[in-house]
Structures are given as C-alpha cells and as structure tokens.
Ligand binder design. Structure first.
Ligand code: TMP
Length: 226
C-alpha cells in the first residue's frame, strides 16, 4: 500500500505557522500533489467540540476550572479521532497530510506549560496514538516576544470583530510561554532528523521559501500527485 507523507507545523501562538501551512498547501497543490490539511484541536466533528471546550475562555464559567490532566486527555481524545478519521486514511491513500499542531504541542503546552512532564505525554502518545510520528515537523520559533505580541493582538481583534474568544491559553503569563519555548527547543534538539526549526523573524515570503526548500528536499519521489 502506498504511504503518503505526514508534515506537522509547530510553534507558539502567533508564530505564523497557520499562514505558512496554508501557503505550503497551495504550493504543493500547484505542484500537483494531493494534500489534506487539518488543525489540532479540531478537524473532526468531535475535535471541533473539544476545541470549543478547551480554547474558549468562557468554558470555565460553566464547567469550572479544567484540570491539567483533563486538558491533556481531551487533547489526546481529539488527536485519536483525527488519526482514525482523517490522518491514517489519507496517508494510506498516499496523500500529503499537513497538520497544524500535533503531539509536540501537548508536550510543550501540557508537559512543560502545565508542568505535567514530557514522559506522561510521550506515554499517552504511545498508547493513544500508536506512536504515529510525523515524517517532518516544521517548528517556527521566532522570538518569544514577537510571537506573544502577535497572538495577543490577533485575539483581541477576533474577540472585538467576531465575538469569538479563543484565548484560554493566550491569557497565560509570560513564564508559561517561556517554559513552552524551552520545551520546543528541547524537542528539536532531541529529534533533529524529524524537526526542522526556523528561528527567523524574517518575512512571510522568506520563511515560506525556506519551508518549500526543506519540504522539496525531503518529500519522497512517490508522494502522490493528483
Ligand atoms: P491554535 O489553533 O491557534 O494554534 O491554538 C491552539 C491552542 O491550543 C494553542 O494555544 C495551543 C493549544 N494546544 C495545547 O495546549 N495542546 C495541544 O496538544 C494542542 C494541539 C494545542
């Protein structure tokens, strides 16, 4: 059975990963590849429910404070559903899958940010995700300050314009994000073959170009074309 290629995007909120994922998807499609994109949490009907519980800062007004372990387990419930419903079928069909966040986010946010520890996250990944690893992870790691500034500005705008509120994480303080930043650096150092780190605060175009070079050099010749 032909197998596709699994790429994840990682980084802090406001690192520009979602923009870059969209640009890469458009480029790959223009090159004739079949591409499936999704984000975590979300992407499936179950995942969208999980997303609204976990990200909406108003959730806790009705549900009460969400325990860190419950938060972690919900992230993995979302991921297990996405793997079953979208990721594995797409890879089995030879498709390129681009996923906006994956288990590295759980390791960085719940493992380090919430201080649950990496080992607990990695054990959960082995058991709930059958240890399914991306072929390539693009980690966007511009400076912590510029990421936080962009994320908070974007959230304020979204809340004012659309009434949507996805800032349960963004309201965390700088120390929380410093732990996440350090955890991402540790993941990249531990797994240099999988994780390509882009540290620049360069322009969207320049970073896009760099990402295309990395992907073009790594994509197997057999990756499906439409
Ligand atoms: P985003 O879709 O804008 O990247 O937001 C998703 C938020 O959820 C972001 O603040 C990171 C957080 N998150 C975790 O804490 N753990 C996870 O496993 C995932 C996938 C996301």
């Amino acid at each position: 059975m032909s197998r596709g290629y699994f790429i994840t995007f990682e980084g802090l909120d406001g690192s520009g990963k979602t923009t870059q994922l969209r640009r890469l998807a458009a480029w790959l499609e223009a090159e004739g590849h079949t591409v499936v994109t999704l984000r975590q949490p979300g992407g499936t009907a179950l995942g969208d429910r999980v997303r609204s519980i976990l990200l909406d800062s108003r959730s806790e007004a009705t549900l009460g404070p969400i325990a860190p372990l419950a938060e972690m387990a919900l992230m993995f419930a979302d991921r297990a559903q996405a793997i079953h419903e979208i990721i594995l079928p797409a890879l089995d069909a030879g498709t390129i899958v681009l996923c906006d966040r994956y288990t590295d986010s759980s390791e960085a946010y719940q493992g380090a940010g919430r201080e649950l520890g990496s080992e607990r996250i990695l054990a959960m990944h082995r058991s709930v995700c059958d240890n399914l690893q991306p072929d390539l992870t693009l980690l966007l790691l511009p400076s912590l300050e510029s990421s936080l500034y962009r994320a908070r500005r974007r959230n304020q705008r979204a809340t004012q314009q659309k009434g949507t509120d996805e800032n349960r994480f963004e309201r965390e303080g700088d120390t929380f994000y410093r732990r996440i930043y350090t955890a991402y650096e540790a993941i990249a150092a531990r797994d240099p073959h999988r994780v390509a780190t882009i540290r620049d605060d360069a322009s969207i175009e320049q970073i896009g170009e760099r990402i295309r070079e990395i992907v073009a050099s790594r994509l197997p010749a057999q990756a499906a074309r439409a």
